[in-house]
Design a protein around this ligand. Sequence first.
Ligand code: NAD
Length: 376
Amino acid sequence: MDKLKIAVVGTGSRAGAHLRTIPKLDPIYQLVGVCDIDERRAAEVAQRMNVSGYTDVETLIASASPDVLLITIPPDGHHVITEIAASHGVHVITETPIATTLPCADRMIDAADRYGVKLEVAENVWRWPRERLKRKLVDAGLIGEITHAHLWYTSGSYHGMNAIRTLVQSEAVRVIGHAKEIGECTWEVGVVEFENGVSLVYEFPTRRRGNYWEIDGTKGAILGEELQIYAGNEIETYPIQTVTTEVNGVEVVDHARVDTDPPVIWENPLKTYGLRDMDDVARGAELHSIYRAVVEGGDAEYGAINGRKDQEILIALRESARRGGEPIDLPLTEVTAHEERHHQKYREKYGVDPFDTIEAQKTILFPRRGVAWEAR
Ligand SMILES: NC(=O)c1ccc[n+]([C@@H]2O[C@H](COP(=O)([O-])OP(=O)(O)OC[C@H]3O[C@@H](n4cnc5c(N)ncnc54)[C@H](O)[C@@H]3O)[C@@H](O)[C@H]2O)c1
């Protein structure tokens, strides 16, 4: 099996999670370097991972020759690092969201196309074992035809849109949004209509629920971690469980299941890699996806287009809220005023336009709470 050289750009908290997963994928990846514009962080993480640390992506690429770059810097800068990597023929897997605005996402997609490299989005939620199982339950017809869905998401609603799109298996065609400033934060709600007639009610944030979603069908429902099947006037309930097993002395995710008759089971295809929990499994699958795309050819499993669609729904929802609840049709055909506001904030914050040359943007330190948060 070909082993690919991988490097990680941005050594903050999300990189920490990936850097726990990458060494487990030893048969397919060799970590060759880490990079952070913050010299102290780069040095600390490099020492811990026993690789070279860099403060500049181009030097990393020139010195360590990675095949794949994993981008774990804040979303405002994803387009910058992607274009640098692509222009050097390096494949990219970027953390979520793909970008703050669709024009920035398109800049990434264009760069990958132009330079002939693969671009994957590290969307983890649909790759969690219990979400894979939920998809199997829907595909097996256990809840009948999906009619509507509910979503509450508190930590990056594009993840929630990913979960819903995966289960509804249709594309959003119309969005209505409403937003209100409450104290320090913006409360937003929305209705999303899908091409197959399913409707979604979405809310962010909520004090009563964390990240939670419900899918209703004609024969049953999936409510968070529980399957319900309607049986006459009764409701049969089945917990969705994740089962672990020991592999080489390590407790790893074996499968997810519901004990219907017969049971429905999702087997973890990566259990030999020692992935310990649901997000470890998801990160392993993300890295496998870009690996397969590079080594075997073809598209990445999720890909930039899907990552873009998750963001597009939220952008349309916020644009609709800005226009007082006017319905917005998808796909969007022009840049929204909501996105223009992000671009303006970017110019104010970083002193450069997001569509300026990469040369002019490559030394920006992108903070975690960047333009995306300020302009919400
Ligand atoms: N999929 C998930 O569940 C999940 C969870 C958390 C974060 N994320 C995503 O991961 C990414 C990173 O988030 P985080 O929480 O680790 O942020 P963070 O602020 O903890 O770390 C980001 C790091 O990037 C560095 N950086 C900034 N600009 C840089 C540049 N130009 N070149 C090199 N390094 C640069 C910073 O110095 C910092 O160390 C974001 O896109 C975020 O949305 C995804």
